[in-house]
Design a protein around this ligand. Sequence first.
Ligand code: F6P
Length: 534
Amino acid sequence: MIKRHLNRRYPLDLDAWKSLKDHYRDDLKNKTIASLFKCERNRSSKLCLEVGELKLDYSKNLLNHQTINLFSELAKEAQINESIEGMFSGECINTSEKRPALHVALRSKLSDQIALNTKDVDEIWSTQNRMEHFITSLHSGAISGYTGKNIINVVNIGIGGSDLGPSMAVFALRDYWVEGMKYHSVSNGDGVELQDLLSELELEETIFIIASKSFSTKETVHNAELARSVMEERYGPRSIKHHFVGISNNEVAMHEFGIQVDYRFKIADWVGGRFSICSAISLSLACIIGMQNFKKLLEGARRMDMHFRQAPFSENMPMMLALIAVFNSNIIGAHSQAILSYSSRLKLLTPYLQQLHMESLGKSTRIDGSDVCLETGNVIWGGSASDGQHSFYQLLHQGKQTIPVDFILPILSSSKKDNTYNQANCLAQSEALMDGFISKEKEQMHNGNRPSNTIIFDQISPVALGQLIALYEHKVFVQGVIYGINPFDQFGVELGKKMASSLTKIIENEESYKGKNLSTKNLIRLVRASNNKD
Ligand code: F6P
């Protein structure tokens, strides 16, 4: 395993970093992106990359060929290639949790020989076979509900990576749904989503897939127990094993919950929640689109993996996106980044990518335990673009801060008639952000010079979606390596969880609020008073 020695000021102390800063100050700061098109012939065709279905146009950024050379130097000095090899060979790159991060193995072929000696890697393909068997039986009716009715409703109960990935992909791949199957998901811990759903669903035709790597996440366990009690009340305890499926690393908890052996699917401990979309966590997705289509998504991701591992820097799409993000935020000074999809089908893409980025990069400690000396994760936000144009785009165009944008445009859509309008809007927005608009009326001035990438592909297919997912996974990984942090842990979310456990007891009057601060005490009083009204 490569041991990275990080100086106190890493990466600010790297020669390439210093050169990039100087280059920005001397050559770019006083230029506009639009002016760079005038001095570089063929800029638009040169600053474009293509991998599989995806094309990335990154020409609308404040950078030129020298910048890209310096990106390449920075990647070398930060030992990106060595880190990539570390990931693919199953090294313990998730240092704080002492395990590899092997999501790339989930979509590999046996012949790729990815980390075959690592525990549980050999189970990847047998788990996929079991998933396939389960799904085929479900679709054929060989697996049915307790009363013999066919299953048509799939309810995914999970949160974070155990919900956002599968749900995002289910909606994105709406054109691939197996006829008759319906998807539902429940994530929030207040029970409301599930209550609403239970009042609508025909339980005899429903399976609940409990997706939780730990099988101990409070929201998920709470929702799963609620669903089980309703099922039990209506059809008795014997119905449970017909209607509950588990996906977890925690075999014991699945057994104790009452999930039968054939309905348990294992995920390895080296699959991180937000990197788990290619694992059995996506069983609900595979039930809805069919295993063949799920395998195509894996193929797409594998295509991007191979590219990421092999392509030189100047052609490497994930590396380029990562370096542009680092440049925009740490050298130019942007504090957030918008991801805007021009397709209603991709409405859950931004929340999915938000977790991927913000849970991975929101760190202040480096892999050697020392403090980071620069801003790491940005705020990632955005959504479905047409809606956004009528709400938050104003800030993108005329606000004081510069917010770089990733535009995502599937060119073709199932709604052919209105799609030209959609395509035109995507291209118009990136052009307006870059070129701006000069007006005598001050309020109408658009200063322009706002950077963006455009990721464009023919249509949302399982293969293209797999490529897009892996593109962003690897982009985030590269950013983590440059910052010297571990993008695979998430201790930041633990403290709040622990405090919520003790506060539950306080709110329910089982414990006193002694020791809490005055604001929290006051809020507890208000909550208790309202609870007592019921
Ligand atoms: O609380 C954060 C988190 O651990 C995420 O990283 C993860 O995706 C989510 O909770 C769900 O975890 P689990 O799959 O163990 O229920």
